[in-house]
Design a protein. Sequence first.
Length: 405
Amino acid sequence: MDTSRFPLGPHIAFWLPTTVLTAALAIKLPGILKLWKDPLLRAVGGLLALACAIFVFAAPPTIAWTNRVTGVRNISAPLVYSLITAFSGACLLLLIAWRNGVSDRSATTRRATRWVVTAYSGVIVALWVLFALADVEVERLRDLDTYYATTPFMREEIVLYLLAHTVACLITATLIRNWIRTGDLDVWLRGGLKLLGAGYATNLLFAAAKLSAVVARWTGHDLDWLSTHLAPPVVCVSAILIAAGFVFPYAGQYLHRRWHTRIAHWRLRPLYVLMRTGTGGRVPFRLRATPELRLTRRETFIRDALLNLARHIDEDLGRRAYDAAIGLGRDADRAKPLARAVTIQAAIESRRRSQERDAGSPPHSPDMEDLLEGIEAVSRALRHTDDIRAVRERATAAAESVPAT
């Protein structure tokens, strides 16, 4: 058989998904440890660890090592088959819990859970019984499925694990497809489910390749390449898709939150710089501060600085600036932050003048709630210096045109 058509070598097809699955587990591990009481997170971690174990123990070097250490030829076969069967059942259990919620104690959910546990536990026991009854004296590292496809008891064992795996993949892929169609999913969960669905669908191709090679042996044909050369890279792709499917919602939501945190921090920079210039203070720098902590500190600094400016806030100027912004064609959503920006700039100037005169402004307490809540909009408005200049000039002109009483 010419194997040059298959670019993934046999060892790469085992160690690559092991690496990917380990990386996925490492990404999930901090969240699992932090929220250890969450059964779904623990289940996902266990599932990824189980998938890693499958590829580790199915690799030819590990098969040879296991057979040598135990002293039993081909004992890796029931071990790997049991891991695959356990993984198949665990996928079904996880999806049932994930879809219905771990708090669901309905009769249907309990019945489905019992069915999966009973059926797949029974399959694992049967795999070891059949192996004990089979005659497998010739060690096979890569082609055991096809080599023993016609051997009594071993033949039944091979078919049993493949059928159990196929049924689990079919049910899981169907449940995922139906879940995706519900329409009440966020973009990250939907993307993760699509990757999972693709992974389990690809797993069906793996099972089809294995079964086809086995059936070909029964009919006297040789399609061993399907099992030996096609199935490993196919299951490699499947494992990568499944790992990505479990990680995508978590990583996507995490990166989404980080991105919005950094954007919010960046948007507050103009107002932060203005407050820092006007008050002489600044947020203390911490090298290891998280983006969330830096954002909180910047927001706190700005709000504290605004409260210190409260006595210098000219509410009449704010109303004139708002009317000026409306007169310049700005809608209410843009006029309000522009007016607030003009008011803050004027307050800083007023504070500076009062300090130079060594005299305090008459105390008053304007309503600061709206201003404190709208700091991001004000900060964005500060980037439009031409608009602020135009609004301020028009507001000043309006003040000068009012006759003195």
